[in-house]
Design a protein around this ligand. Structure first.
Ligand SMILES: Cc1ncc(COP(=O)(O)O)c(C=O)c1O
Length: 286
């Protein structure tokens, strides 16, 4: 096994990535008919595994499917894929499977396609990032972690075209989330994030950051954030499993906290790093 050709899991088998094949009539390939998860791994242990698997159940239920495996089987698969103690991420995807014909209607008895792999986590920039706001063009069921990501892809590219690292999505005047991240605004020491609902993905990092912010002594609020609040934000962050907590230091060309990550970010990020260190030393998933 090598970094270029890692061992992956596909439908009951472990095999080199270069040898993995799926049928062209797979509904994931044809319709984007499937869901996925991304789970960070520290010290060989998946972070918040239980929460990720419950969100997978929710996503699957949202597309009228059930988990193909019990938690114990998922754990066995992940243990097999995790390679050493360095920081890694598990990617897993379940699609409805391959049918004999291309038809939108959901067929009755399909065997789902199950794919999982584990790769290194890319280094995370600590200096702060630029972001831009864009109108959210996605559908109304963003709480499902669907593999159908075309809108997210185009929105992220809009941001990249403007020299920014993330697109912050606005709908009906509300700041919802990033193209692949949740958002937090800090105002007068309060840590604020939009409530869960069909307009955002219920991020596992979001929940952890809310817990860690509260434990670090910052009052937290889950409420709508209006676009007009952005110019007066003391800090603005994006969060995700692979980018942890990133400070947005320039939003729509305007500097936030003088273009530097702010003090609340420093404290909550420290708590996040401590949490990861505890997981590295712990006996099981935290
Ligand atoms: C649209 C969207 N929102 C939020 C998140 C953050 O979720 P998590 O913290 O579980 O990685 C992601 C992650 O990829 C995402 O794609």
């Amino acid at each position: 096994m090598s970094d270029q050709d890692p061992t992956i899991y596909l439908n009951g088998e472990f095999l080199p990535l270069s040898k993995a094949r799926i049928p062209v009539l797979d509904r994931g390939f044809l319709f984007g008919d499937g869901v996925y998860e991304v789970i960070p791994v520290y010290g060989g242990k998946p972070l918040r595994l239980e929460e990720h698997l419950r969100r997978l159940d929710q996503s699957l239920a949202g597309i009228r499917m059930q988990s193909p495996y019990p938690d114990t089987e998922w754990s066995t698969i992940f243990d097999h894929l995790i390679n050493g103690n360095h920081d890694q991420q598990i990617y897993l995807q379940v699609t409805r499977g391959a049918d004999l014909k291309r038809d939108h209607a959901i067929p009755n008895q399909l065997q789902p396609t199950v794919f999982a792999m584990c790769t290194a986590i890319a280094p995370i920039p600590l200096a702060g990032i630029k972001a831009v706001t864009v109108q959210d063009t996605r559908w109304d069921r963003c709480n499902i972690k669907a593999i159908t990501l075309l809108a997210n892809v185009l929105l992220r590219q809009e941001a990249l075209d403007e020299g920014a690292a993330e697109a912050i999505l606005i709908r009906d005047g509300l700041v919802l989330e990033g193209s692949a991240s949740n958002i937090f605004l800090v105002k007068d020491g309060r840590v604020i994030t939009p409530p869960k609902g069909p307009s955002i993905l219920p991020g596992i990092t979001r929940d952890l950051v809310l817990e860690l912010a509260a434990a670090s002594g910052f009052p937290t609020e889950q409420r709508d954030i209006r676009q007009e609040e952005l110019p007066s934000a003391d800090e603005f962050w994006i969060t995700s499993s692979t980018r942890e907590i990133l400070a947005v230091t320039e939003l729509d060309g305007r500097l936030i906290h003088g273009g530097q990550p702010g003090p609340v970010w420093h404290k909550v990020l420290k708590a996040y790093q401590d949490y990861k260190s505890a997981l590295r030393e712990a006996g099981s998933s935290l």
